[in-house]
Design a protein around this ligand. Structure first.
Ligand code: NAD
Length: 363
C-alpha cells in the first residue's frame, strides 16, 4: 500500500503516467478516467485499472460498450491522496475548482499556463523547491528537456548565453487530426515561449529559443549553442557529465544512430513503457566544444519524457523521500531506466588522448 493516486485524463500522457505510478513501490493507482468509451478505456480495463467517468461522460455509453465503470470523477477524488491531471491543454485549469473542493494536491501538465500551480517542476532542476507544495505543473516536453540539460550545464560551467532552435514534431503518432503535414512551419513568436517557460524552473538562465514545426511524429530535436562563463577542458567532460546524470542517454558513434528513427527503433528494441524514450537523447558525435562555445543536439520523445517527472512530482508534493536524487533513482529503477550494463563512454586510447590534447572537440 502506497500513496493513493488518481489520474484524470487517460490519453497520451495520462496512460503512461498511470502505468508508471502503478509500477512504483510506494504508490497505488486507484483509478483513471475517460469521458467516452475508446480503445484506451478498453486497455485500462484490460490492465485492471478501475475506470471512472469524467467530464460529460455518459455511463450508458460505457455500459453499451461493456466497459465497467467504477464511479464518477468526484467519487474517485474522494478515494485518493493526490490527483494527476493529464487532460487536454486548458482543461486542467477548468478542473482546478473541483480539486480544490476535494482538498487534493494536484499535478498539472505543461499545456496549462504556469500560474495554474504554485510552482513549475522538473525533477533534476528544482525538486527541493517543490517539496510539500499543494500544486505543481510538470513543464512541457521541450521545457523538461532543456531544463534537464540546464541542470547539468549551469552548475558546472555557468551559462553566459544559450540559444536553442527547437525542431518540433507536428503531432503525436495517434493524432490523425494534425496531419498529414507537408511543410516546415516557423513559429512566428520570436523568441518562442519555451525560453520563458525554462525560466519558471531556472529564473536567471540567459536562454533564448526559436522553433519550427516539421512533418514528423517521432521526436523533437533541439539544436543548442551554449556559451559558458567557465568553459570545461574539453567536449569529453561535457559528455561525461551528461552520461553521469540520470535521464540522459548518450549514443556512441559506433552505435550508428543517425537520427530520431533509430532512436525510436532502439526504444522499441528496449521495450520500456510504451516503447518510450524517457531520457534526453544526445549523440557523442553531436557535441562540439570550441573555446567557450558548445554546440550540441538533443532529441526529446515528446510522449514520454514527462512521465518520470510526474512520478517525482507526486513524491515531492507528499514529501515521501528526503531529496530529488532519491526520488529519481526510485522512479527510474521501477521504470527500468538506466539499467544497461553497457557504458558508451569511449575507452581512453590514442584517439581519445589526441582529443584531450587537441582542440578539445569530438569530431
Ligand atoms: P491527449 O489528448 O492525448 O489526452 C487527453 C485525454 O484527456 C484524452 O483521453 C481525452 O479524452 C481526455 N479528456 C478530455 N476532456 C477531459 C475531461 N474534461 N476530463 C477528463 N479527461 C478528459 O492529450 P495529451 O497529449 O496526453 O496531453 C495532456 C497534457 O499533457 C496537456 O497539458 C499537454 O500539453 C501535456 N503534454 C503533452 C505532451 C505530448 O506530446 N502529447 C507532452 C508533454 C506534455
Amino acid at each position: 500500500m502506497g500513496v493513493r493516486v488518481a489520474v484524470n485524463g487517460f490519453g497520451t500522457i495520462g496512460k503512461r503516467v498511470a502505468d508508471a505510478v502503478a509500477k512504483q513501490p510506494d504508490m497505488e493507482l486507484v483509478g483513471v478516467t475517460k469521458t467516452r468509451p475508446s480503445f484506451e478505456g478498453r486497455r485500462a480495463v484490460e490492465k485492471g485499472y478501475p475506470l471512472y467517468l469524467a467530464g460529460n461522460g455518459d455511463r450508458a455509453a460505457f455500459e453499451a460498450a461493456r466497459l465497467p465503470v467504477a464511479g464518477t470523477l468526484a467519487e474517485l477524488l474522494s478515494e485518493v491522496d493526490i490527483v494527476v491531471d493529464a487532460t487536454p491543454d486548458g482543461v486542467g485549469r477548468q478542473n482546478r475548482a473541483l480539486y480544490e473542493s476535494a482538498n487534493l494536491p494536484v499535478v498539472y501538465q505543461g499545456g496549462e499556463k504556469a500560474d495554474v500551480a504554485e510552482v513549475s517542476f522538473c525533477a533534476l532542476g528544482n525538486y527541493a523547491a517543490c517539496r510539500g507544495k499543494r500544486s505543481l505543473r510538470v513543464v512541457s516536453c521541450n521545457t523538461t528537456g532543456i531544463a534537464r540539460a540546464a541542470s547539468v550545464l549551469e552548475p558546472r560551467w555557468g551559462v553566459e548565453h544559450w540559444e536553442v532552435t527547437l525542431v518540433r514534431r507536428a503531432g503525436d503518432p495517434a493524432e490523425t487530426n494534425r496531419g498529414p503535414v507537408n511543410g516546415i512551419m516557423p513559429t512566428f513568436r520570436l523568441p518562442s515561449h519555451h525560453g520563458p517557460d525554462v525560466n519558471t524552473i531556472f529564473p536567471d538562465l540567459p536562454i533564448a529559443t526559436t522553433a519550427v514545426v516539421v512533418p514528423t511524429t517521432l521526436m523533437h530535436v533541439h539544436v543548442n549553442h551554449v556559451r559558458f562563463r567557465r568553459p570545461p577542458g574539453d567536449a569529453v567532460e561535457i559528455l561525461d557529465a551528461f552520461r553521469a546524470t540520470p535521464r540522459f542517454h548518450v549514443f556512441a558513434e559506433w552505435e550508428h544512430v543517425d537520427g530520431t528513427p533509430q532512436v525510436m527503433e532502439y526504444a522499441r528494441d528496449r521495450g520500456i513503457g510504451f516503447n518510450d524514450m524517457m531520457e534526453n537523447v544526445l549523440w557523442e558525435n553531436g557535441l562540439r566544444l570550441d573555446g567557450r562555445d558548445a554546440y550540441f543536439f538533443q532529441a526529446i520523445h515528446q510522449e514520454s519524457i514527462v512521465v518520470p517527472e510526474n512520478v517525482d512530482a507526486i513524491r515531492a508534493m507528499l514529501d515521501l523521500v528526503p531529496d530529488g536524487p532519491t526520488s529519481i533513482a526510485r522512479t527510474d529503477r521501477a521504470l527500468g531506466l538506466g539499467a544497461s550494463p553497457i557504458t558508451t563512454r569511449p575507452t581512453e586510447g590514442p584517439a581519445m588522448a589526441h582529443r584531450r590534447r587537441g582542440r578539445a572537440t569530438l569530431k
